[in-house]
Design a protein around this ligand. Structure first.
Ligand code: PRP
Ligand code: URA
Length: 210
């Protein structure tokens, strides 16, 4: 498994505002989108492309275009939805599938309550969006789901990750082709399974407490 932790002052600046508990939902949503777009640049480094011949006003040349089958972007509801626009801005031809997951706040076990994905993911490159990688239960279940349908490789983009969650995913995926791209690798989880220093409950901060 490859792990890439962002190291860029613009990302750290935006993360600092995102973490601040005084930051209101509209600003939180805007920053989440911007952060995803910045992280997507790194996360799509290995996106499959194919050669294409084009005419410039001056000559003929060979460039590349995103290859078929197109990448599949999978936001994990609810909080991952806040990352979708920022991702498809960079990958407008991607298809989008959905996984709804909620973790039990006592046991930290994830439950899948919604799924809208192609039956067959053979040869597909999948990009999972979830702002928080805490225990790794939710992301681990999503990754298993995608490989069970035949995904070729999975890249997860998370705004924040905890070392415990990264270790859990690493153990779970074994030699499957998985890449994690994190905005920050935070210090630890607290006894409630929250990332420290973290940003609190990402879903609540994006959409309010429901
Ligand atoms: C949050 C977050 C992740 C998960 C991370 O979602 O968005 O999906 O918790 O925790 P884990 O790594 O321990 O599984 P939550 O279940 O709170 O649902 P929400 O997105 O609807 O708020
Ligand atoms: N889910 C969140 O939204 N925040 C955390 O810190 C952990 C899980």
């Amino acid at each position: 498994m490859r792990v890439h932790v962002a190291d860029h002052p613009l990302i750290t600046h935006k993360l600092t505002v995102l973490r601040d508990k005084r930051t209101p939902s509209p600003v939180f949503r805007q920053l989440t989108e911007e952060l995803v777009t910045l992280l997507a640049y790194e996360a799509t480094r290995a996106v499959r492309v194919e050669d294409v011949e084009i005419q410039t006003p001056v000559t003929t040349t060979v460039g590349v275009r995103i290859a078929d089958p197109k990448p599949l972007v999978v936001p994990i509801l609810r909080a991952g939805l806040g990352m979708l626009e920022g991702m498809v801005k960079l990958l407008p031809t991607a298809e989008v599938g959905f996984l709804g997951m909620a973790r039990n706040e006592e046991t930290f076990e994830p439950t899948t309550y919604a799924e809208r994905l192609p039956e067959d993911l053979s040869d597909r490159q999948c990009f999972v969006l979830d702002p928080m990688l805490a225990t790794g239960g939710s992301l681990g279940a999503a990754i298993d789901f995608l490989f069970a349908r035949g995904a070729q490789d999975v890249t997860a983009i998370c705004i924040l990750g905890a070392p415990e969650g990264v270790a859990a995913i690493e153990k779970q995926v074994g030699d499957r082709d998985v890449t994690l791209v994190l905005g920050s690798l935070d210090e630890r989880l607290n006894e409630k399974g929250y990332i420290v220093p973290g940003l609190g409950d990402a879903g609540d901060r994006l959409y309010g407490t429901v």
